[in-house]
Design a protein around this ligand. Structure first.
Ligand code: ATP
Ligand code: MG
Length: 596
């Protein structure tokens, strides 16, 4: 059962993308709303520019009727000049309108970029467990760039075409209802084609985006695992998998292009249908004397005015669709569950970090119904040093993660410093907990930046602890200073060195509660003792929770909790547990046997 469920643990890409175009428009409009005045201004200008273009088209008819066909040079010149001025004003209006549009949309895009990154800080941890890293990166890079293309170019052209289209239809219907309706009828096939193609186009674009993001996910996974791949000689294996991902991406691209290869020319052709109809019916009417030549010319201009932008838009419809798909993916990322949805609204309590910790009947799962912690009960008194031991996968890290409110728990109560953990302001709780996790993580920068972070206060106690820890000694021995660089992920440091620096980092933060999860597993015995002394100094009278597989390191702990299958099965100090000859005794025995 468990295996079966695990298969579905990773969420499929595009899982949430079921919204309509209306939802997407609404979602994107939310970002445009702070700049609605600029948008409105832009729309009005584009509208006025289209109106001027239509008037100019109508005057072209007058130029023919009153000027050219009457061989009246003066009138021809007069209308010619008016047309020139109208065209110039229309161009100016269009330029100014597009400028405002691009400016407003660039600002909205900046907001989207900021929001995407801001949301990253609030999205629940389980999202990151279920989504490959590359997929999130693709949303934050490729999808945003694609949306940027849309906002900075296609949106302006699309609105321009739409407004021109509406204005010219009105102009045609007002000028000559019959001919106007005939031309409108000529547009029906292109609308039918667009309507029936839309589902296919959407499907093809989703497929391209999905395979593109899968490709990036694979790339980032293999880049991170390059060492493992090389050591195991799995280069061909990774090449094979990457090749398959490329193939899927290529196929989706090919499928889309084959579709567009016939769809686009056909759409282009259907866009010219109104002009063909105009020449056919309009031409006949002119020959029969039922239509003035000037009106016929004006109609040709109207038609041109909307068919050219319409054809331009249909030419870039693939790009527009791609951007809209990206928009959907970004919105789905922005809609991902935030901590406030998985953990509940942030609390208001900001108590002083004094008092103990208690877990009462706590049960939790990551994936529905696969209980990881089962009815966990314990109490920790203020200032106690607690060791946590247990076989791999027994739930130690999970228990500690609950203290930092990184994941929700489904049953029971956790109290800390006299308050229910759910009532805490989460940032306050986390600020007071120093967490040295199993995986020490560093950012590109200097040693100082990485261990001091935002800490500005630096008292003598911290200075002494750092000396005791041996940080300065270590730096001196390595010929380093606090300004020496650390590469991304701390790749120029050994695992032990990383742990050493991450313990220095947490000591400087001086937390009220210290959590060490296998924090010294990679450090040699001599340095481990030094660290122990430094911790004793800085954590005097403060609570510590220490997970260790090297059980002798827990000798000085006040009590040790022994975990098994998500529950607590033994507790007591080192001596008591050894004498009890239970699980702890067997664990330490196994460790000794293994060492021996
Ligand atoms: P170790 O000594 O190896 O660090 P642990 O006692 O810390 O083990 P946990 O990390 O708490 O074990 O994991 C307990 C169980 O929960 C394991 O079966 C693991 O597969 C599962 N688990 C841990 N983290 C997650 C997660 N983010 N999503 C889903 N399942 C998880
Ligand atoms: Mg663990």
């Amino acid at each position: 059962m468990r295996q079966h469920k695990k298969k579905f643990y990773f969420e499929k890409d595009d899982y949430h993308l079921e919204g309509s175009l209306l939802d997407l428009t609404k979602g994107l409009l939310k970002f445009l709303s702070p700049y609605k005045r600029s948008f409105l201004f832009a729309l009005i200008l584009i509208f006025l520019s289209s109106l001027l273009a239509m008037i100019s088209a109508r005057i072209m008819g007058l130029l023919v009727d009153e000027g050219l066909s009457q061989k009246d040079f003066g009138t021809s010149m007069k209308w010619g000049l008016v047309i020139l001025i109208l065209e110039a004003l229309s161009l100016l209006g269009l330029w100014r309108g597009r400028y405002s549009l691009v400016k407003a949309s660039s600002n909205s895009l900046l907001d989207i970029r900021k929001n995407v990154f801001k949301d990253l800080q609030f999205i629940s941890m389980s999202y990151f467990d279920k989504q490959p890293e590359g997929r999130t990166v693709t949303r934050m890079t490729h999808d945003i760039e694609s949306l940027e293309d849309f906002f900075s170019g296609s949106l302006g052209r699309l609105l321009n075409a739409l407004i021109l289209f509406i204005v010219s239809i009105f102009a045609m219907l007002l000028t000559n209802l019959n001919l106007g309706l005939t031309l409108l009828a000529g547009l029906i096939p292109v609308f039918i084609l667009t309507y029936f193609s839309r589902t296919k186009v959407r499907f093809l674009n989703h497929q391209i985006s999905r395979y593109n993001s899968a490709l990036n996910a694979k790339l980032s996974e293999y880049l991170r695992g390059v060492m493992t791949l090389r050591i195991f000689g799995w280069e061909n294996w990774s090449l094979n998998h990457y090749g398959k991902a490329i193939e899927k991406h290529k196929q989706s691209f090919l499928r889309a292009n084959i579709f567009y290869a016939w769809n686009r020319p056909l759409t282009n052709f259907l866009c010219t249908l109104p002009i063909i109809l105009l020449f056919w019916f309009g031409g006949l009417k002119v020959l029969n004397g039922a239509l003035e030549l000037g009106l016929f010319v004006a109609f040709i201009r109207y038609c041109e005015r909307f068919t050219t932008p319409l054809a331009n838009v249909t030419r870039e419809i693939q790009q527009i669709q791609q951007s809209l798909t990206s928009g959907e993916r970004i919105l789905s990322f922005l809609n991902a569950k935030k901590e406030r949805e998985t953990l509940g609204e942030d609390g208001h309590s900001e108590p002083a970090p004094k008092g103990g910790i208690s877990f009462q009947n706590v049960s939790m799962y990551y994936t529905l119904d696969q209980w990881i912690l089962k009815d966990l009960n314990f109490t920790i008194r203020p200032g106690e040093k607690i060791g946590l031991v247990g076989k791999t996968g027994s739930g130690k890290t999970t228990t500690l993660n609950l203290l930092g409110r990184l994941y929700p728990f489904q049953k029971g109560t956790i109290s800390i410093w006299g308050h229910d953990i759910k009532s805490f302001k989460r940032s306050h709780l986390r600020k007071n907990i120093g967490f040295v996790s199993q995986k020490a993580l560093f950012f590109k920068g200097t040693i100082k930046e990485n261990i001091f972070l935002e800490v500005t206060e630096f008292d003598s106690k911290k200075e002494i602890a750092l000396k005791q820890l041996g940080l300065y000694q270590w730096l001196k021995e390595k010929g380093l200073t606090l300004d020496s660089p650390i590469l991304e992920n701390g790749s120029n440091l050994s695992e032990g060195e990383k742990q050493f620096l991450s313990i220095s980092r947490v000591l400087i933060q001086n937390p009220a509660l210290l959590i060490l999860d296998e924090a010294t597993a990679h450090i040699d015995i001599k340095n481990e003792e030094k660290i122990q002394m430094a911790l004793d100094l800085i954590m005097e009278n403060k609570t510590c929770l220490i997970v260790a597989h090297r059980l002798h390191t827990l000798r000085n702990c006040d009590r040790i909790f022994v975990f098994k299958d998500g529950g607590l099965i033994e507790e007591g100090n080192h001596e008591e547990l050894i004498n009890k000859k239970g699980e702890f005794y067997h664990l330490s025995h196994e460790t000794l046997k293994f060492k021996g």
